[in-house]
Design a protein. Structure first.
Length: 360
């Protein structure tokens, strides 16, 4: 029976594998992933001491009660070195809050260090079962606000050490290519290590001079960042003037239902992008995306708070995050073309009906 040439061509097109840059980047990559845990790491340069109402305070210069910085490392089961991504969870999270996202990045050729910020983790949030009071306390806690960026620097220090001496991690890290990703309080952390300056006015206890912009906590070894639910202007974190000192390429991702603290609207996050300085920065805006949609602990023993639209949001978040890191940490110029509305439409799912991409 003769073969219909048109039918044969259509069949070949349907069955042919997608090219590398047309692949579904929200899916797991080709590399097998392993995990190494460091649950007892401490930063001897910082100590914590109990304060009234259970607040955790960071103090310098003592040898007791040093600041703990647990780190869970996700990495490919093959020879390195690989670019490094440090993950900072939001208030009330832990080192597994972004478990699925860390696994995704590692499977695409990254070493991912998931931090646990001890002064704003799940344990701190649930103390006394006063969740909202604990949340308000930790996001205004001067010591925790200023300690989180230092946790990132501590993690890079440890990676440098492991790259030289650790039996399983030796030679795995390309520390010339380091990125940071964080959600909510972790988005703030990412923004600060990339150069933005925190506001002092809302911090307790007072940090001199008590008002205006806080210290420069930029980490020069960080080359780029991804902020999920990045903060806009207003309490507790940033002024209009905070954004102008951004130094490294930054991607923000938020959505229309991603309301901010203290009654501020989701639109407040988007509007702040106009205050970011000119540079290789982008902002992705998703219709109907909610605050907790930007985390994904799937696969971890401890699961984060559920959200009904997380599964709709995560494909686009994973793809966009991977593309941004590929562009800035792997010099993948094709990735820049895919960080566009036309390309990202392929990742729209369910409730997420529209994507916008803003660029500087």
């Amino acid at each position: 029976m003769p073969i219909n040439p048109t039918l044969a061509l259509l069949t070949a097109l349907l069955l042919a594998p997608l090219s590398l840059h047309a692949a579904d980047l929200s899916k797991r990559g080709p590399l097998q992933v392993e995990i190494v845990e460091f649950g007892d790491l401490t930063d001897a340069s910082r100590i914590r001491a109990a304060q009234p109402r259970g607040a955790l305070r960071i103090r310098q210069g003592s040898s007791a009660n040093v600041r703990k910085v647990p780190i869970k490392v996700h990495l490919p089961k093959t020879d390195g070195p690989f670019p490094v991504v440090i993950v900072s969870h939001g208030a009330g999270g832990d080192w597994d809050t972004h478990f699925a996202q860390a696994q995704h990045l590692a499977s695409h050729g990254y070493v991912v260090l998931c931090l646990e910020h001890v002064g704003s983790n799940r344990e701190r949030m649930t103390q006394g079962f006063r969740l909202m009071k604990n949340l308000e306390a930790m996001i205004h806690d001067a010591d925790e606000v200023l300690a989180r960026p230092k946790d990132v620097s501590f993690a890079i220090d440890r990676a440098e050490e492991w790259n030289r001496t650790h039996e399983r991690l030796r030679g795995k890290f390309d520390l010339q290519r380091v990125g940071v990703m964080g959600h909510s309080f972790g988005a703030f952390t990412t923004m600060v290590v990339c150069g933005m300056k925190p506001a002092l006015d809302w911090l307790t206890p007072r940090v001199e001079p008590g008002k205006g912009l806080g210290p420069d906590l930029r980490e020069p070894r960080v080359k780029c960042g991804v902020s999920l639910s990045p903060q806009g202007v207003g309490e507790p974190f940033f002024f209009r003037e905070s954004f102008g000192s951004l130094k490294q390429p930054l991607l923000g991702i938020s959505g229309t239902e991603d309301r901010q603290q203290n009654g501020l609207t989701a639109e407040n996050r988007r509007e702040a992008f106009s205050l970011w300085p000119q540079g290789p920065h982008q902002f992705i805006w998703l219709e109907n995306a909610k605050h907790l949609d930007f985390t994904d602990s799937t696969g971890a023993d401890r699961r984060a708070t559920p959200s009904p639209t997380r599964e709709d949001v995560q494909p686009l978040v994973r793809a966009a995050t991977l593309l941004f890191f590929n562009l800035h940490l792997k010099a993948d110029t094709e990735a820049a073309k895919q960080l566009s509305v036309d390309a990202l439409k392929a990742y729209l799912r369910g409730a997420v009906t529209k994507v916008e991409v803003l660029s500087k």
